[in-house]
Design a protein around this ligand. Sequence first.
Ligand SMILES: [Zn+2]
Length: 228
Amino acid sequence: MRRRISKLVVFLLLGAAVNVAVAWGCALWSEEPSGVAIVEYEPFQMNGSWWCTATWSYFGTQVYAYRPFRTRDAVDEYVSFFELKDLYKGGNLPSWLRLPRVNAYGDKLSGPLLIDVGRGWPAISLSYGLNTQVEGDLVLPVSRISSGFTMGEYRQPTSGFPRVVPLRAIWPGFAVNTIFYAAILSLLWSSPFVVRRLIRRKRGLCIKCGYDLRGAEHQACPECGVEL
Ligand SMILES: [Zn+2]
C-alpha cells in the first residue's frame, strides 16, 4: 500500500514536471501573443473598471487582451468607434485573468492595455501577464511583466512583445495536465512489464522470475515462491 502511494506520488511529480516543460516549450517555441481578436465579450464591470475583452488562441496558447474604462459610456464609445459590437459573443471568461484595480483608464483612442497569456497542452496550465498602452493604432512597449521572466525575442516579432516564460499556475488546467502526463508515464512504465508477463505465461515460465515451470504441476514457483 505504501509502495503504491509513493509510486503514485512519483508519477504525479513527474507528470507535473512534464506539464511545466510542455507549457514552457509552448512559450519558447510558439509565436508571439499578438494576433487578431476573434471573440469580444460583452463589457463587464469588475474591480472598479469596465472591461472590454478580446481573446484568441493557437496551439498550446490562449491570449486575453483587455482594456479598462472608467464608465460604460466610455466602453460604448470605444466599441462603436472600432465597430467591435458585431464580434460580441457570450461565454464566461476564465478565472485566471488578472483584471486588477487600475489607476488609469482608457478612452476610444488610447489607454492601458493588459494582456494575459496562458500556455500549456492539452489544457492551459501556466500564465503570465503583460501591461502596455495603446495610442491609436500603436501598441507601446511592454511596461510590466507579471508572473514570468523574459527570455529573448520571437523569431518573427511584429509587436515587440518579449518572449516570456510563464510561472503562474492555472487551475484546474495545471492539475488536469499533471494527471494526464502522469497517466501516460505510468502506462509507458508498466507496459514493458505487462508484455514480459504475457510472454512468460505463454512460454510456461514463472511470470515473476522467469523460472521454467514446464514438466510439472506447481502451486507456487519453486524459485521465487510466487503463487501461480
Ligand atoms: Zn518465480
